[in-house]
Design a protein around this ligand. Structure first.
Ligand SMILES: Cc1cc2nc3c(=O)[nH]c(=O)nc-3n(C[C@H](O)[C@H](O)[C@H](O)COP(=O)(O)OP(=O)(O)OC[C@H]3O[C@@H](n4cnc5c(N)ncnc54)[C@H](O)[C@@H]3O)c2cc1C
Length: 369
């Protein structure tokens, strides 16, 4: 094997698998090292007595990137699914994002209506809390967003960047109840593991192999490109300190006699007295299963040690630490090292962005070798 036409990939999640697939198309021999005993990373879905469930959280594929959609659809069949989320406020089930027309059912409606009438033209982006309060008023923010955010992030919303809200919080008035507006949306009929396995078909995959920077001399030839999709604080064994992450823990419950247990795939729970943040019923994604008996509910609890969400603190200190790790990566001379994916870039990215990053990273390597 020559260094010029081979490559090492760390991590067999969606990003690493896409890198491997695109590099193989470019004539590269690809070796993938994955610390877990299975491929798929965070998006891996499982089946229990014919019912799909997602041990790491709900995943809906949605994109406006036609190349990405074509690629994933070539690797596995997607069924159409428009994702719906509901939020439970006491006994009221509201659409999420909130729809103005549904708010009159809340007993606080007269106050909410007065607050909506005097909102500024643009939200105040000082921090998460100011953004939401000036987007929907204090009452709606208190009922639907503040406590959910406290549970989800384990910190005061004022200490979070407004960018978190800008991507997730909306007040709609258009009747569109799907969470996403992308032209391509769906769920893979055979689950996400099938997609990732298909992308990895031409790569040599080593499972149960955690990799850090000190393994590079053994795993990669001098000059051989290495794509890292694991977290950089792990890769550098926390040399510069740990990056801050927020994780969730999911608990599953099989209900043998129930067809569908809740009104939508995801139900948000903003009440502080409820210890979980949301419940997930992936079965909603596959309409052909709706009438069959048996379903799986996953309760998502906040505050686990897993690396799920990078924490965009309003002071920006976590991004500064990530930048310092990226500088270390760029200064390594023996191999060209590239970071891609949600962990290595310390950014929340959707699956379509993971695929896009994988494609672009691989193409850059093919062009420069
Ligand atoms: C709760 C939650 C819900 C989400 N829902 C959606 C959704 O509905 N729609 C959507 O588009 N996106 C969603 N996402 C985002 C989606 O999960 C990511 O886009 C996707 O997982 C990115 O894939 P990745 O390969 O970059 O990361 P990962 O899937 O995390 O893959 C990284 C891989 O690297 C391996 N690894 C880690 N460290 C090492 C090491 N030291 N050595 C070797 N291997 C290592 C891991 O085991 C893993 O297999 C969600 C994310 C979260 C957290």
């Amino acid at each position: 094997m020559t260094a010029a036409r081979s490559c090492v990939v760390v991590g067999a999640g969606l990003t690493g698998a896409t890198v491997a697939w695109q590099l193989a198309r470019g004539g590269f021999k690809v070796r993938v090292f994955e610390q877990a005993d299975v491929v798929g990373g965070h998006i891996r879905s499982e089946w229990l007595r014919g019912v799909p469930y997602e041990p790491h959280g709900a995943h809906i594929f949605h994109t406006c990137d036609s190349e990405v959609w074509r690629l994933v659809s070539e690797h596995t069949a997607f069924v159409p699914y428009e994702h719906r989320v509901t939020i439970r406020v006491r006994s009221n089930q509201l659409s999420w994002p909130l729809q103005r027309s549904e708010l009159a059912q809340l007993e606080e409606w007269p106050r909410i209506e007065r607050e909506l009438a005097v909102l500024p033209r643009n939200p105040d982006a000082t921090n998460f809390a100011t953004y939401c309060r000036t987007l929907m008023g204090d009452t709606l923010y208190g009922l639907c967003v503040r406590n959910y955010t406290m549970k989800q992030w384990g910190r005061d919303p004022e200490s979070l960047s407004a960018s978190v809200a800008a991507n997730r919080v909306e007040l709609r008035n258009d009747g569109h109840r799907g969470l996403f507006r992308d032209p391509y949306q769906g769920w893979p009929e055979r689950g996400y593991a099938h997609l990732v396995e298909s992308l990895l078909a031409d790569a040599e995959v080593h499972l149960g192999q955690p990799v850090t920077h000190s393994d590079l001399a053994d795993l990669a030839l001098p000059g051989e490109p290495v794509v890292i999709t694991s977290a950089l604080d792990d890769f550098y064994t926390c040399e510069l300190g740990p990056l801050e992450w927020r994780g969730v823990r999911l608990e599953s419950q099989f209900m043998p006699d129930v067809t569908l247990a809740q009104p939508s795939m995801v139900v948000n729970e903003p009440d502080l007295a409820v210890p979980w943040t949301r419940t997930i019923e992936t079965k909603w994604a596959l309409e052909k299963l709706h009438a069959t008996r048996g379903t799986v509910i996953m309760r998502e609890y906040p505050g686990a040690s897993a690396k799920h969400y990078p924490v965009p603190d309003s002071a920006g200190s976590n991004r500064s630490l990530q930048a310092a790790y990226e500088a270390k990566l760029a200064s390594y001379e023996r191999n060209p090292l590239r970071a891609a994916g949600r962990l290595a870039t310390y950014r929340y990215i959707n699956m379509d962005q993971a695929v896009r990053q994988g494609l672009d990273t691989a193409r850059h390597i093919v062009e420069s070798h």
